[in-house]
Design a protein around this ligand. Structure first.
Ligand code: NAD
Length: 418
């Protein structure tokens, strides 16, 4: 049984699931040691003068976990809790995620431990450019291609691309998640949320769910959470509760997902949204619903609060939102969990499309992007479900990790690495 602590790091979470899958596959210990550790880890100093007149020194990280299947790929997070272990965990998750989705990338992640949401725009720009200056030597369209993650967005990617271009010439394919005006891809901003919805549509029939009878709760109404809610609403589902870092709301009659997204985009707090009742973050977990979407940070559903959840399905938008013990508690309760490592792959899949378009200096329309995204997400889901049937008693999560590990091992063996 997994341990009962409420605080479990992303690193422990990812390694636990990796080990469960590696046990299932019988991966020998020496090969596991290769797969657990990263190929390259870069840590840099980012000093910036803030508006208080003082120089603040942040730490920046880029971890390239495994490149057997292609160039490293993974987002960059700006958050005070970023540290090397977290970035390592998220980088390895990207290795399995790109393999499960069947796209030709390895796994990486980056981050800066700055409080981006409290900084001025010019300060965030200075940090983005300084970080790129320090890590550009290990990046490039055939080496490692960053993308947005928590507290970074298309604007941050534009600054980073511009900084890279000063040294290497205009190179749009060095980052993805760029603005449309700077060779970004149609559909990228909504892609992770849209990917979650494709998997809801795949899973719903076998669970007896129809959109008109599906109530949705979103924890973390940011990029992933708000797009998932808006697209679920287009299908006919009802958003009944939502939260951000500063509060939560519920309204059983339905919250207008588009209006809430506009309210947040205009700088409003979720808890200030008119017409809904303010509740605590714990109360949000207990709101009765069919689909619960964690879309904030890792480890937020843990041993001490998993029992509160009152849903049929969890579709993990966030990375590592569910600790191993919470996963056991929820599975015992009969909750169907669609794990992060397949559920939130939509962002990296459309990042792949963006990179492919940039390399060809060509642009696809949004319908083409969304259709191709749907094809890849459905294929991954069906392949993982088929594995759970072949190997009885395996969860979607362990089956997905096992599929990812197998594909990486095959590539590494074929290259002659192991
Ligand atoms: P974001 O910064 O746009 O949104 C994060 C949201 O979570 C914000 O609303 C924030 O206020 C909220 N939040 C933070 N702490 C919270 C707390 N304690 N309680 C409730 N809400 C809290 O970030 P995002 O890009 O939407 O990413 C969200 C999650 O999805 C992360 O775990 C990220 O790694 C994962 N993810 C993102 C993408 C992507 O394409 N953006 C792709 C795959 C996975």
């Amino acid at each position: 049984m997994a341990d009962d602590r409420a605080e479990v790091s992303n690193f422990e979470i990812v390694n636990h699931y990796f080990d469960l899958a590696a046990d299932r596959l019988g991966v020998p210990e020496d090969i596991r040691a290769v797969l657990r550790s990263a190929y390259r880890e870069v840590q840099v100093q980012i000093p910036v003068r803030l508006s208080d007149g003082k120089i603040h020194v942040y730490s920046g990280y880029r971890v390239q976990h495994n490149g057997a299947r292609g160039p490293y790929k993974g987002g960059i997070r700006f958050h005070p809790e970023v540290d090397l272990d977290e970035v390592r965990a998220l980088a390895s998750l990207m290795t399995w995620k790109t393999a499960i989705a069947g796209i030709p990338f390895g796994g990486a992640k980056g981050g800066v431990n700055c409080p981006a949401d409290e900084l001025e725009r010019s300060e965030v720009q200075a940090i983005s450019r300084s970080f790129m200056d320090k890590i550009e030597k290990v990046l490039g369209p055939t080496r490692d291609i960053p993308a947005p993650d928590v507290n970074t967005n298309a604007q941050v990617m534009a600054w980073m691309m511009d900084e890279y271009g000063k040294l290497h010439g205009h190179t749009p394919a060095v980052v993805t998640g760029k603005p449309i005006s700077l060779e970004g891809s149609y559909g990228r901003e909504a892609a992770t949320g849209r990917g979650l919805v494709y998997l809801y549509r795949e899973a719903a029939p076998s669970l007896g769910l129809t959109p008109s009878e599906t109530r949705v709760v979103v924890q973390g109404y940011g990029n992933v959470g708000s797009w998932a809610a808006r697209i679920m609403q287009q299908l006919g589902c009802r958003l009944v509760a939502a939260s951000d870092a500063r509060g939560a709301i519920r309204h059983d009659g339905g919250i207008d997902a588009d209006a809430l997204a506009e309210h947040v985009a205009a700088g409003g707090r979720v808890a200030e949204f008119p017409g809904a009742e303010e509740i605590s973050p714990e109360e949000l977990l207990a709101v009765e619903c069919e689909v619960f979407i964690p879309a904030a940070l890792g480890g937020m559903i843990h041993a001490q609060n998993a029992d509160l959840l009152n849903c049929r399905v969890i579709i993990e938008g966030a990375n590592s939102p569910t600790t191993p013990r919470a996963d056991e508690i929820l599975t015992e309760k009969g909750v169907f969990i669609v794990p992060d490592v397949m559920a939130n792959a939509g962002g990296v899949v459309v990042s792949y499309f963006e990179w492919a378009q940039n390399l060809q200096h060509f642009r696809w329309d949004e319908r083409e992007v969304n259709d191709k995204l749907g094809t890849i997400m459905r294929r991954a889901y069906r392949e993982v479900v088929a594995r759970t049937k072949e190997d009885e008693g395996t969860s979607l999560r362990v089956a997905a990790y096992a599929m990812g590990i197998e594909r990486v091992l095959e590539a590494a063996r074929t290259r002659g690495y192991i």
